[in-house]
Design a protein around this ligand. Sequence first.
Ligand code: EPU
Length: 337
Amino acid sequence: MTILQNVSLRHLNTFGIEAKAKEYCRITCKDELKQVLSKKSKHPLFVLGGGSNMLLTKDVDALVLHIDIKGIEVIDSDDTHVTVEAKAGENWHHFVMWCIKHNYGGVENLSLIPGNVGTAPIQNIGAYGVELKDIMVSCEAINIKTQEERIFNKDQCKFAYRESIFKNELKNQYIITSVRFRLTKTDHKLNMDYGAIKDELKKNHIDNPQIRDISNAVIAIRQSKLPDPKEIGNSGSFFKNPIIDNEQLEKLQNNFSDIPYYRVSDSKVKVPAGWLIEKAGFKGKRLGDYGVHNKQALVLVNYGNAKGTDILNLALLIQKTVLRIFNIRIETEVNII
Ligand code: EPU
């Protein structure tokens, strides 16, 4: 375990933004993590997972702990279910592919989400009708101050849409080291409610889909509208879909009769931020080396050498414009550093 000085983070964030870490340490096991946490660094700590949910707008004046702990194993198994533990540094999509290969069901709708297993619970990743909370049993984390290990069961994580206790009450207090999932071995409960999945299966004449078919459909859908961070720097959805009340929806419908929405409760609906941003005229807009993706307006992109501050300024302009047109405040999903 070595602490390096002034390390470029460009290849460690999916936006591909150049920024330097004052100090950097790659962590490959729990003991290394405890050891480095117990030594008092003169710099604050910054925990880095897959780097897929952050926008670096400046150098990181901290000791960056790059959580790179690997391993996937079956913990428990019966005739119908299996409990799998994946370490925090496993690439999320690699983990999903491992499950598909073993015919373990539950994660297939979450194929191709960028990032690592250990950061998935922090924002309760979700796509195509499934959220992490639907399959997670527990996660293990280390207290940054005391280095004590703690198991959080699902309820203790206080999951909500792109939310968890780790983003709120316990922000910056724990580092997740592994996550356990309960998956199906037989009678897989396929989630095909999302129209795009049904369409993709139909297109490929798949009448009796297996979990691999769902995964392939999700991969095809994502590839058709979300840019691959290896080719174009991005952080997935830059904004969260805002939740508004019925009264505001009715007012908006007077001017925008085609506004799409999904009901989340009797009194509230979720509106796709991508639609609001597209209507505000930003979809596909390119300003030099950065812009708004042309197939999904929720995604901001770095075409090459954009600065984090450029992208941040564009995000602020989008927020301001959406607020002015729709009177809706859209919040960022990505962490701004
Ligand atoms: N839409 C537009 N224009 C756009 C984008 C979207 O009009 O440029 C409208 C369309 O009406 C479309 C609707 O928004 O039918 C929904 O679009 P989509 O199915 O692409 O989903 P989303 O709400 O834009 C969310 C997640 C994605 C996830 C998809 C699929 C958030 C913030 N984003 O996007 O998550 O993949 O649903 O479940 O909830 C991510 O978090 O990085 C991410 C990509």
